[in-house]
Write a protein that binds this ligand. Structure first.
Ligand SMILES: CC(C)(COP(=O)(O)OP(=O)(O)OC[C@H]1O[C@@H](n2cnc3c(N)ncnc32)[C@H](O)[C@@H]1OP(=O)(O)O)[C@@H](O)C(=O)NCCC(=O)NCCS
Length: 168
């Protein structure tokens, strides 16, 4: 079974909303203290045998010198969906002329922390307590995350592009 990625289209909206609710319980995603309506963002979907299998959403920063991955998720029906989606986001950023692509994941998400490092992404910053501060505005944000770990911080990962090639 082959994984195909393509840009998000209007017909994907229901799948996208369902996917965001599955992993984040909302289409409203907080990152670095900023609220994103992730179902309105550009990005890519993955398909396996023509069926929706994953989603990456991205947000171009002002000036377009860097791009943030806001969500990445996979239905993991076959191996490689998350990797293919991350590759699509990186290509998108590079083609758009970005110097840098970055993302954050929460401190409890050990699988994602491993996943990004395995794919050459580097730690860029620890945003200590940023989820606690957002939770003061959005009390619905769950306190407990993966493995019963308290969700309090965001860890920022990055890749830089130099001469059109990602820095490894
Ligand atoms: C993180 C995530 C996007 C990865 O997607 P994925 O489709 O599983 O990614 P891949 O299949 O490309 O690779 C995942 C790893 O699991 C392995 N894997 C995937 N399916 C597997 C299977 N059935 N059996 C054994 N290993 C498997 C891959 O080999 C790979 O391992 P590696 O890092 O050692 O190479 C996915 O786990 C996910 O949706 N998580 C929930 C949402 C989330 O936390 N997103 C990240 C925070 S924004």
């Amino acid at each position: 079974m082959t994984v195909v990625t393509r840009p998000i289209e209007p017909r994907d909206l229901a799948d996208i909303q369902a996917e965001l609710h599955t992993h984040w319980h909302s289409t409203e995603i907080w990152s670095l203290g900023r609220l994103h309506h992730a179902d309105r963002l550009p990005g890519f979907v993955a398909e396996v045998n023509g069926a929706f299998a994953g989603l990456v959403t991205v947000n171009m920063d002002a000036g377009a010198w860097q791009c943030e991955v806001i969500t990445l998720s996979s239905r993991s029906v076959v191996r490689g969906i998350g990797t293919a989606l991350l590759d699509a986001a990186e290509s998108h950023a590079r083609t758009a002329g970005c110097r840098r692509i970055y993302l954050t994941t929460t401190n409890d998400n050990c699988h994602a922390i491993r996943f990004y490092q395995r794919r050459g992404w580097r730690f860029a910053a620890l945003h200590k307590g940023i989820v606690d501060r957002v939770r003061e505005l959005v009390p619905d944000l769950p306190l407990l995350g993966h493995d019963g770990i308290q969700v309090r911080d965001e860890i920022e990962f990055e890749r830089w592009f130099i001469d059109d090639a990602p820095v490894r």
